[in-house]
Design a protein around this ligand. Structure first.
Ligand code: RNT
Ligand code: ZN
Length: 417
């Protein structure tokens, strides 16, 4: 699209929003400071680079075998940089432990050290990217159905050791980048069928977390992620949302809200204002559940939009970390990153453009129908012109123009894999 047209459309949009007292120039600045954490695992369907890697397990599943997935660390880095070049703004990279640079060595999960992430730290510095981190409990011979909640002391200790080491790595990343590395802890622990030991497993998980978090780590922050169920673990999840909410509140941890981890009619957005009086910060895993926790690519659907509205309405912009968590192997994976990231940004943009104070005053004055009218009007306001301007300013393709770039990348790079 011609830049004069984008400029003209932006000026019209700016005037429309000014009518509601919204300053779009200011919103563009806010959007510039909104950093997503791109999950490395969309690039290769959550396989990672362990030499000894086996089949995927742990209640999660990636479906599809679209050609061109990254097969090694260089290809993954190349793909991430390509995706980043098509997403306006600057964004973090969220690594899982299984994506270490193991250089052909078998390194078990309880042996991992920062040495295997030095090249990532270097790469991140060179590419002006901050890193976040995750311990990995899945796809391992000791994963089974219980890891940190396992009453078998030797297995439990193995995963405690893994997670402690991951915190050391995250801390080293945070120190190197001079900004805290956010480390997410999710374990799949649960039961396929009925069990009489729910309390035992939960007490065991609590004990493991207490041991893991004993060490003070000044350059990283811990977040903990619950879930409703995993595949093959349908009857019971040890680390449920309630479990981790209570743990986070009591132990001053960040709570991770994965939008795919609730009952289908439960609203993740509604959790924001419910937990923020008790929990200082949130981490998001923005995803899209289709009938189950299927991890489809994020789009501008109602639950995602509502989530970003709730964050902005709660004045909590700086209390939230914005991770993505989807893995669709059935479509072009760079396309998946670009669509998911841009959709999350657009939801944030629409939330920032809402004339919140104005609508709030009407609501408090009992003007119910006017509130509804304004919320409906906002849906068709020209926010797209503001997003196009954001892309133009950031020197990335505007609108669907990124498709041609991805086609070229397929022709030049991924089709040769
Ligand atoms: C699984 C959790 C978890 C993973 C990633 C790979 O249900 O959402 O966050 O998707 O850690
Ligand atoms: Zn998640």
């Amino acid at each position: 699209m011609k830049s004069e047209l984008i400029e003209q459309a932006y000026q019209l949009a700016k005037a429309r929003y000014a009518d509601y007292g919204v300053d779009t120039d200011k919103v563009l600045e806010q959007l510039q400071n909104f950093h997503l954490s791109l999950h490395c695992w969309q690039a290769d369907d959550v396989k990672g680079f362990e030499v000894q890697a086996g089949a995927m397990s742990g209640g999660i599943q990636s479906t599809g075998d679209f050609p061109g997935a990254a097969r090694n660390i260089d290809e993954l880095r190349q793909d991430i940089l390509k995706a980043k070049s098509l997403i306006p703004g600057n964004h973090r990279l969220n690594l899982h432990e299984i994506y270490g640079d193991f250089k052909g060595k078998v390194v078990d999960r309880d042996e991992v050290t920062v040495e295997y992430f030095e090249s990532w730290i270097q790469w991140a510095k060179e590419n002006n990217t901050k890193l976040d981190f995750n311990s990995s409990s899945f796809s391992h011979p000791k994963s089974g159905s219980l890891s940190l909640a396992n009453p078998d002391e030797s297995i439990r200790k193995f995963w405690v050791e893994h997670t402690k080491r991951c915190r050391d790595i995250a801390n080293a990343m945070g120190e190197a980048q001079n900004d805290p590395c956010i480390m997410n802890l999710w374990v799949h622990d649960g039961c396929k069928d009925v069990s009489v030991n729910h309390a035992l497993y939960r007490n065991t998980l609590k004990k493991s977390l207490d041991e893991i978090f004993e060490k003070k780590q000044p350059c990283m922050k811990d977040c903990i992620e619950g879930k409703v169920f995993g595949i093959g673990l349908e009857s019971f999840t040890v680390g449920s949302h309630d479990f981790y909410t209570a743990y986070a509140a009591q132990n001053d941890k960040i709570l991770t809200i994965d939008t795919g981890h609730y009952h289908p009619t439960e609203s993740p957005a509604d959790k924001v204002s419910a937990v923020l009086p008790f929990i200082k910060e949130l981490m998001l895993h923005v995803s899209r559940p289709v009938r189950w926790d299927s991890d489809h690519v994020t789009i501008m659907d109602d639950p995602t939009q509502e989530l970003f509205f709730e964050i902005v309405r709660a004045n909590a912009l700086d209390r939230v970390h914005y991770g993505l968590d989807f893995f669709d192997g059935s479509i072009n994976r760079i396309g998946a990153y670009v669509i998911g990231s841009r959709s999350a940004q657009k939801c944030m943009l629409r939330a920032l453009l809402e004339p919140k104070e104005y609508i709030s005053k009407l609501e408090l004055a009992g003007e119910g129908y006017k509130v509804l009218a304004l919320i409906e009007e906002q849906k068709a306001m020209p926010w797209q012109a503001v997003y196009d301007m954001f892309c133009l300013k950031n020197n990335v393709p505007v609108g669907q123009e990124f498709i041609a770039d991805i086609d070229k990348y397929v022709a030049d790079v991924t089709s040769k894999r």
